[in-house]
Every structure is written in C-alpha cells, then in structure tokens.
Design a protein. Structure first.
Length: 225
C-alpha cells in the first residue's frame, strides 16, 4: 500500500510536551555579541543529546543568483567567523568563488532551537586548511583524497576503487596534502537565535553588525515570530 504523504505530514506534532522539554530564553540577559550565546546554545544541544549538533545547512548561490543548500559540518566558530570546509572545485566552492556570501542554519529540535547566520565568506590560508584536515579522522582525509566532489560519477565501482586507494594512502600518509581542500570562514553580519515555544510564542533575537563596513559592534532586536 502506497504511503499517503499528506496524511503522514498531518499526523506529525511539533514540540509535543510529552516528548520535548523546551527551555526558556530570556533575551534581556543575552550577551552583547552573538558568539558567546552560540557557544552556550551549542553546549546545551550537546548536553541534551542532540544528534550531530555540529551539522548545519549551508546556502550559497551561483553566478546567476540561483540558490542551493546542503548539509555540512561546522569546523569551528571564533572571532574570525564560522568555519566549514570543501574542495574549491565542488559546487559550493565554485559558488563561493563567484559570489562569496553565504548563510548557515542550525536546528536542534531536542531543544526547539535554531540559529541562523549570514555574511561574507573568505578562504583561510592553505596551511590552516591542511592543518584542519590533518587534525580530523583518517576517514575525513580519505574522503578528501578521493576528490572529484560534485563531478559526474559513472558507476559505484569507480567510487569504490577511488575510495579504497584513498583510504590506503590516508592510512599510509596521515599528513598527505590535498591542495584543493579549502577552509572557509563566514564573517557574520547577522545572527538570529530562535527559541521555540509550545504556545507558538517563539522568541527571536537578532544580532546585526553595526557600521557600513561591518564593524565590531553589534545591535540587538527582537522579531515577531
């Protein structure tokens, strides 16, 4: 019997109090800058058992302005920005070369929380990208060495052979260079924190960087849900 998608969607419940304990959020006590609050919320998601809290949606656009989105891993967040990595020749790499601006979206349903970040993107120096890659697992290095990300794959056998060779090299050469591997940093111009509420009185707090050229100061404002 075929699945009725619409019936399945109607059966779902968001933030059911029987299975979700939503925390409160008092924006008046939020810090002056977004990074400390992001760190606090991220730690809370980890402590609450959120699956893969370091994954995020990354939205970019191509030369024509057409959008694209995918799930990637957060590699770090500090005063320089939110970091992620990819090959320069991948679709996201080509997008960022043409339009170096992106948006990130984190969703931690166990707490009913979202964080949205957007701003210009720059590439870190190559030595930082290689250092970041080599600090990760053998599997991460093998995947990077496999390369050819976003290119057309003619068969799964081709992938299996390339992957096996990459795994052998990654195990043999844990410092093997991957010149196309790039660490990107998004310097936030806006960061929004969303706390869900069972009665749909969601709390949204937006930080915006002040100054025409994106200074170091931040303004804060509440948004209607």
């Amino acid at each position: 019997m075929a699945t009725d998608l619409h019936e399945l969607l109607r059966s779902l419940r968001v933030w059911d109090p029987e299975v979700t304990d939503l925390p409160s959020f008092e924006p008046g006590g939020a810090p002056a800058t977004p990074l400390p609050l992001f760190t606090e919320w991220f730690a809370a998601a980890v402590a609450a058992g959120q699956t893969e809290p370091h994954t995020m949606s990354l939205a970019t656009s191509d030369e024509s302005g057409l959008p694209d989105v995918r799930t990637v891993m957060l590699h770090g967040a500090d005063a320089d920005g939110w970091s992620f990595a990819s090959h320069t020749g991948s679709r996201k790499g080509r997008h960022l070369a043409a339009r170096p601006y992106a948006a990130l979206g984190f969703y931690w349903p166990v707490l009913g929380r979202q964080v949205r970040v957007r701003g210009p993107v720059t590439a870190a120096p190559s030595e930082e990208a290689q250092g970041d890659l080599h600090a990760r697992s053998t599997g991460a290095l093998a995947a990077a060495l496999t390369g050819r990300q976003s290119e057309v794959l003619h068969s799964l056998d081709d992938l299996a052979r390339a992957s096996e060779s990459a795994w052998e090299r990654a195990s043999r050469e844990p410092e093997a260079p991957v010149p196309s591997w790039t660490l990107y940093r998004l310097r936030a111009e806006e960061v929004e924190f969303f706390q869900g509420d069972e009665r749909r009185r969601h709390v949204r707090l937006r930080y915006r960087r002040e100054g025409e050229r994106g200074g170091e100061g931040w303004s804060r404002e509440l948004l209607w849900p």
